[in-house]
Design a protein around this ligand. Structure first.
Ligand code: PGA
Length: 258
């Protein structure tokens, strides 16, 4: 397995003081052999990327929470992949369930965004996951498969780009677990992670070995270690618990202490 990836998705929260607290904590205690990704709102990206470079913490990276797949043009309020890269980012989250549910992003849009990220030299964290009703109906695997299907070309073309030898990660985020306080059990998550890795492998065996499949949905200091101990869970995408530096650092250290 490549190094674990622990990503902070601040959503529309946080400020530069939060970034400063997290980065100072990492600089003091070290990242513990983990790659750490901070995804603040767009307006903070350039400054947080500068702070991260200055801190010289091994494995610390900055990413955006979204992008527009067009290269440029009359798309008021949108930000392109090249602009995200220009701000100093190495990563971008695409297809978060809030983008899908609240802003109408389709599976095809998500695949286009992932390709646009690659085109600008950014690694994408592609999010997939089922709703509660879909899980109750026994459709988890089918839903995740249908979300992954348009990404087949993206997976096939993957490789080599990122610093870790792979230019994407997939985040399994069951929608019912996001912000609910109720995470998936390590065993339930593992089954879906295995499915995701098989789908990547069908397109690109080398990328499947390197790509990180991370879990998101109510990851907290108290449950991180149990999730991370599960084979095939290569890290986490953390929302609420990434908004308190102490909690986020505790997830990083508790889960994968060196
Ligand atoms: P949560 O959010 O950790 O607050 O559940 C995770 C996410 O939406 O990425």
């Amino acid at each position: 397995m490549t190094r674990p990836l622990i990503a902070a998705n601040w959503k529309m929260n946080g400020d530069l003081a939060l970034a400063e607290a997290v980065i100072a904590g990492l600089a003091e205690g070290g990242g513990g052999g983990v790659d750490v990704l901070l995804c603040p709102p767009f307006v903070y990206l350039r400054e947080v990327a500068r702070m991260a470079r200055q801190a010289k913490v091994d494995g610390l990276m900055v990413g955006a929470q979204n992008l527009d797949y067009h290269a440029h043009g009359a798309f008021t309020g949108e930000v392109s992949a090249a602009m995200v890269a220009d701000a100093g980012c190495e990563y971008v989250i695409v297809g978060h369930s809030e983008r899908r549910a609240l802003f109408g992003e389709s599976d095809d849009d998500v695949a286009r965004k992932a390709q646009a990220a690659r085109g600008a030299g950014l690694a994408a964290v592609v999010c997939v996951g089922e709703t509660f009703a879909e899980r109750e109906a026994g459709r988890t695997e089918a839903v995740v498969e249908s979300q992954l299907a348009p990404l087949a070309g993206f997976f096939a073309g993957g490789g080599g780009g990122g610093g870790d030898g792979c230019d994407f990660a997939v985040a399994y985020e069951p929608v019912w677990a996001i912000g609910s306080g109720q995470s998936a059990t390590p065993g339930d998550a593992r089954a879906v992670h295995e499915l995701i890795r098989r789908r990547i492998a069908a397109r690109n065996p080398a990328a499947a070995n390197r790509a990180r499949v991370i879990y998101g949905g109510s990851v907290k200091p108290g449950n991180a270690a149990g999730l991370f101990a599960e084979p095939g869970i290569d890290g986490a995408l953390v929302g609420g618990a990434s908004l308190a530096a102490r909690d986020f650092l505790s997830i990083i250290r508790g889960g994968y202490a060196d």
